[in-house]
Design a protein around this ligand. Sequence first.
Ligand code: ADP
Length: 657
Amino acid sequence: MSKGNKKKKVCSFQAETKELLNLMINSLYTHREIFLRELISNSSDALDKVHFQSLTDHELLGNDYELKIEIDVNKSNKTLTISDNGIGMTYDEVIENIGTIAKSGTKAFAEKLKESDDVDLIGKFGVGFYSSFMVAERVEIITCSARAEKGVRWESEGDGNYTIEEIDANKRGTKITLYLRKEAMDSTNPSEDFSNQYTIQNLVKKYSNYISYPIHMDFYREETPMDKDGKAVEGAKPETIIDNKVLNSITPIWKKNKKNITNEEYFQFYKHHFHDWNEFAEVIHLNLEGKVEFTALLFIPSKAPSDLYDRDFSKGIQLYSNSVFIMNDCKDLLPDHLRFVRGLVDSSDFSLNISREILQHDAQLKVIGKNLEKKILEALKKLLKDSRDKYEEIWPEFGKSLKGGIYMEYKNKEKLEDLILFNTSNDESKMTTLNEYVERMPEGQKEIYYAAAKDQDTIKRMPQLEIFKERNIEVLYFVDKIDEFLTQNLDKYKDYKLKSVTREDFNLNDILKKDEKDNAAEGEKEEKDKNSEYKELLEAIKAQLEGKVKDVKISKRLKSSPVCFVNSNSGASFNMEQLLKGVNQVAPKASKILEINPDHAIFSVIEKVYNKKNSNAELKNISEILYNQALLIEGFELENPVEFSNNLCELLSKAYN
Ligand code: ADP
């Protein structure tokens, strides 16, 4: 040991690390094999890093420029070694990266692990290195950072302590030796025997086939020397022949001809590369030639990540230049509402040391982005047309995102309009597109009707729907918070206006057949007449509700309920007002027009009271009750519940005394 090396010292893992190790060793029994994938991925990351840095530091690689991973299986020593000539780690980095678990995800991981022994959690939480203790009773790391003069030796038995010491630097990179546990060398069960070269070879193929650096392994075989006639040389000892093989296919999948790629291969790649263990819904493999040349491999996932709607959601498209990774999370390629798409773009036009600032103004990137967007929208359209069930399955995951695109006044709005789905009164078990709604519309219907509320049950109870039910007119159910806000940008689909069933004016007469129309026209007249017939009564009620309602009218839409509110044709609706209040925004007040059902028994009561002499106080009382009832029906809070209750009691006691 040269002078000045830091002496070997024993350190203790953090409490969380200890707990994690303990859990890993003692509670995960299945899929222990994934430790190999984790270690290889770490090596691959380390190789990416050194490659990346060598682009600006040309001396960095020196003679050791062939970047690779090597695996060595030594049955007699009971070891498995994974080495790379990647970036390596300094003394401090080893302590920081391996000795402590600084990452916030680790604690959450340990919690989850207590609940389930789902091994996929390891990949999801990125605590990969520790998985080596599932198969090893002792792990040794020898590492040397690309720029450090000293190397580091680290060792642990996963029992809570580790030792660390400085050693003389020899070779850039990291070598991890696993001293295998007895049960990890079970020769009766080859898939669990990690001292078996063929097991390791299969695992590399299974999990790490597309790692972009060669993964080498020496295969040993005994061969008896032969003479020139092909006969064994008498008395000669068998020789050990070493075949060095590259275990992975290296050529990135996106560079292969898509005709030769199976869905299973895409899935293996997707899983491994994007750490999503759910099968994707659709894959888009593009190869564009022309002014801007690029290859793209995009996936429409089947499940949304839990943080998709968080403000700092950071998944984006990865950029590669000639198969070399240059950037994660390039947000400028896709519009926000397609952020759920995972994938990568590889173009030799990208410079390797491109910065995010340059990217924002990069004309080529804009062209690529446009193309990707077009293809994704086409793929979604095709999915909707050809695999409706699948589309409806992924809709709850990403639907809000797509709707967001329409809301944001987006240029491909028309394409998005055809991709959105709604529940509908037509068939509550199925969703509908706007186009399907329009195709079902009876002749003469000029508007697309919708009802907006917090859920389907609330909508079904809305009194404003009564006439729609009676006349069998389809109504879309707007239950997503964003839905009604969409109409600010999507006021029309094709030529049809989107209209809420709670708006003041609507004209269902247009859709009736001729003879029905004549009757309805009569009805219309009648109602008009009714509004003028009861003009004074309505004005009297309005006066009692001064400041609370904009108007009081005879209802055309109520069939069994006594009263309801409707909104003016423009301005906020009740639903919008409620939603904005819910997120503490200054909510514009929706105008309230009180509609009264002229066929309801209560109407004749009002009439009677109105016609009585000196009944002003009573009329006030009834008007207030009707108003409060409408509030209750609409889901609003009563302004003065005590007064309402007193009024009601007074009325009841009058009726029954
Ligand atoms: P993750 O890889 O998800 O960050 P790990 O526990 O597997 O979590 O690894 C912790 C850290 O240790 C890595 O982020 C990396 O900085 C470092 N590391 C692990 N393996 C290597 C390696 N072969 N070469 C260089 N650094 C490594």
